[in-house]
Design a protein around this ligand. Structure first.
Ligand code: PLP
Length: 400
């Protein structure tokens, strides 16, 4: 409509939300839909975290807090970063927002001038390029296909950097691929970044606790502490503590960037919900022994799904090293004809067909900037995952 600002023109409508809606509608109409489209942990917020929120309400922690977050939650974040990541921050280097998404939004809105470039390796979490677009920056998408493990190489990074580059966004473990940057790879990227001191790094570590096969999470700053003055660490409680609805994320970075982010926050939401801040403080300073058991559970599911998908002709699935997604290549299905005579010309087509006719919801690679792929979330029970893979196999067996 004519009311829409020009800066929204570069923002694509969310394919994921569209699919989620369609899957929910089919379910409401009585179809046995299995939804593997959503990126949400399938367990509950820990009881002690719920209790802390109830206590905060009782204590009347129900008023405005300061913009960057209460001293208590920022203390818990600082202690977490030191304990788990061996990174040292001060209070004025931490900003707490309504989810990691808002942290990223604040960072882009407060640092990008029109035309500034942000390097985004594809496949990417769909929100990165759209947030950059709203902030009037220019997403510079770098294709990182399955053959390179979906990771950006140092050579690709070097080639993508221009004088206009403001940020590189790194996400490890990755949504949508489960790809993980190991220390050697990070060191090689750091070598490139050292030659370009104007480039800042946004490190989205939200899946750090979902690492498989005994791997340990490594942050860019663990291997290149000299990059600390131009790195913003982004993290939150959504995925680690099953707190997606509480909306708490945080950024840790140089004081000037964090102060700029607080300017945007101060004139948008003012601060994250006071009760959620208290809950997040309890989560971050409470027991985390369940992390290991949960990662093992997600690893089992990953193993089952990867094996089931690789047994299907036309599908080729890499084994993710973290997070709760698999991102199989489905190029072998392109051009095939379904039993109903529909020709599958894209991954978007394949997802529509799987949902409409076989009641399995997955997200097309098109949403993440690398096709033809499917993103399948393993944040579902094993029974559902087995049934869904069985349906995909049966569906593909009918193709000609
Ligand atoms: N970063 C990545 C890579 C994600 O996958 C998500 C959620 O899907 C987020 C950030 C945002 O998390 P939240 O805003 O719930 O903290």
């Amino acid at each position: 409509s004519t009311m829409r600002a020009d800066r929204l023109k570069a923002v694509r409508p969310s394919m994921i939300l569209g699919l989620v809606q369609k899957a929910r509608q089919l379910k409401a109409d009585g179809h046995p839909v299995i939804d593997l489209g959503i990126g949400e942990p399938d367990f509950e917020t820990p009881q002690h975290v719920k209790d802390a929120a109830i206590k905060a309400i009782g204590n009347n922690e129900t008023r405005y807090t300061i913009v960057p977050g209460t001293p208590a939650v920022r203390r818990a974040i600082i202690e977490k970063l030191e304990r788990e990541n061996r990174l040292i921050y001060r209070q004025d280097e931490i900003s707490v927002s309504g989810g990691a998404k808002q942290v990223i939004y604040n960072a882009m809105a407060s640092t990008l001038s029109p035309g500034d470039e942000v390097i985004i390796p594809a496949p990417y979490w769909s929100s990165y390029p759209d947030i950059v677009a709203i902030a009037e920056g220019r997403p510079v998408v770098v294709d990182c296909p399955q053959s390179q493990g979906f990771l950006i190489s140092p050579e690709q990074l070097e080639k993508a950097i221009t004088p206009l580059t403001k940020w590189l966004i790194l996400n490890s473990p990755s949504n949508p691929t489960g790809g993980v940057y190991g220390s050697d790879h990070l060191e090689a990227l750091a070598d490139v970044l050292r030659c370009h001191p104007h480039v800042h790094i946004l490190s989205d570590d939200i899946y750090e606790h979902l690492m498989f096969d005994g791997r340990c999470f490594t942050s860019l700053l663990n291997v290149a502490p000299d990059l600390k003055d131009r790195t913003l660490i982004v993290n939150g409680v959504s995925k680690a503590f099953a707190m997606t609805g509480w909306r708490i994320g945080y950024g840790a970075g140089p004081e000037d960037i964090v102060a700029a982010m607080n300017v945007v926050q101060g004139q948008s939401c003012t601060h994250a919900c006071s009760i959620s801040q208290a809950a997040a403080a309890a989560a971050l300073s409470g027991p985390v022994d369940f992390f290991v058991e949960r990662a093992a559970r997600f690893q089992d599911r990953r193993d089952g799904v990867v094996a089931a998908l690789n047994a299907i002709d036309g599908i080729d699935c890499l084994t993710p090293e973290g997070a709760f997604y698999v991102y199989p290549d489905c190029s072998g299905l392109i051009g095939m004809r379904t039993a109903a005579g529909r020709v599958l010309t894209s991954d978007t087509d394949i997802c529509a067909w799987l949902l409409d006719e076989h009641h399995v919801s997955a997200v097309p690679g098109a949403a993440f900037g690398l096709s033809p792929h499917l993103r399948i979330s393993t944040a579902a029970c094993t029974d559902d995952l087995e049934t869904a893979c069985g349906r995909i196999a049966a569906a593909c067996a009918e193709l000609e």
